[in-house]
Design a protein around this ligand. Structure first.
Ligand SMILES: *Cc1c(COP(=O)(O)O)cnc(C)c1O
Length: 317
């Protein structure tokens, strides 16, 4: 069995500079933190969010991890794979009792990595934050540690804080896509006070600031300290393209063009939207004379499904 350190090896996540005339003309230096290189299938940030959850499972001598996810959840795949590597069992509660393990590639991968998939109704899935439901699940699945949907929460946050410690270049700002806000809160906790964090929520009508506050205050950080840290956060909430997993031709073209120019793959759910936001801000002159770090959180396992829907490849050179 591998140690926690071997399983969660992030040494492949380098900081890489992108260069182009567009960037030079707008006075921007752009570095990409390549968490997408941590693993070909598992989203980089999901990996980081699981690190201390797996460590805790070891400490508590658990036999496995139980968690929740939708049909296309990067977090489910990450949990399935990490547990396999760590020698733990995995149970995934999946939203939608009409599905099965062959419904799509995400679920197939989970199954292939040995995760036991339990398909539940949307009504039951809605209970995933309820304490009483967790108690019920603990009784049904003794020996399993329950991890919240998306790997959200305190342990997930500290895992993501490590992203900042690994940055070995001077920078002024960090850009990151936002779902549950766990990754961005972790980055904020680790980030020096003189830097700015730009977050790009991929959900529509999402109160990013409130969600971040709830998560950080909930872990016991003083409310005043949270307020002072939040002063360094800029929310760019106009780049969700209609909501979670929604996209249009403009975003798809941006992702394809970006790949051709920079040889870097983005996904249409998270990183594509965040990079689109960054480039729009650069175009508007908002980033002039700044060094920016874009955190590439990964998420490319879902791309083949999008390509099937579109009827063409996203990445052709
Ligand atoms: C889950 C995910 C995110 C969102 O991270 P949160 O911690 O939930 O905010 C961003 N990018 C990718 C690729 C993801 O899979």
């Amino acid at each position: 069995m591998k140690t926690n350190k071997q399983v969660f090896d992030t040494s492949k996540s380098v900081l890489e500079e992108l260069k182009s005339e567009f960037l030079t003309d707008h006075g921007v230096r752009l570095f990409v933190k390549r968490d997408d290189l941590i693993h070909p299938v598992v989203s980089g940030n999901k990996w980081r969010k699981l690190k201390y959850n797996v460590e805790k499972s070891f400490h508590k001598k658990k036999t496995g991890i139980l968690t929740f996810g939708g049909a296309y959840s990067n977090h489910l795949v990450a949990t399935a794979f990490a547990c396999k590597e760590a020698g733990l069992k995995a149970i995934g509660l999946v939203r939608g009792d009409e599905l099965d393990e062959n419904s799509n590639e995400t679920l197939q991968k989970c199954h292939e990595y040995g995760m036991q998939l339990i398909f539940i109704s949307r009504m039951d899935y809605a209970l995933r934050y309820e304490k009483s439901y967790w108690e019920e699940l603990s009784l049904e699945h003794p020996g399993f540690m329950i991890v919240p949907e998306g790997g959200a929460g305190y342990l997930g946050m500290i895992g993501c804080q490590e992203i900042v410690n690994e940055l070995d270049q001077e920078y002024d700002a960090i850009f990151v896509a936002q779902g549950t806000t766990t990754t961005s809160c972790g980055i904020l906790l680790g980030m020096p006070q003189d830097k700015q964090l730009y977050v790009v929520p991929v959900l529509k009508n999402f109160n990013s600031t409130a969600e971040m506050r709830i998560l950080m205050v909930g872990t016991g950080i003083e409310s005043e300290l949270v307020d002072s840290m939040m002063e360094n956060v800029t929310v760019l909430d106009q780049y969700h393209f209609g909501g979670y997993a929604k996209y249009d031709g403009e975003l798809i073209t941006f992702i394809s063009d970006f790949y051709q120019q920079y040889d870097l793959k983005l996904d249409p759910v998270y990183t594509g939207k965040a990079m689109y936001a960054l480039f729009d801000q650069i175009r508007k002159g908002e980033m002039e004379n700044k060094s920016v770090v874009f955190v590439h959180t990964g998420g490319l396992q879902g791309v083949s499904g999008v390509e099937k829907k579109l009827g063409h490849q996203l990445f052709s050179s």
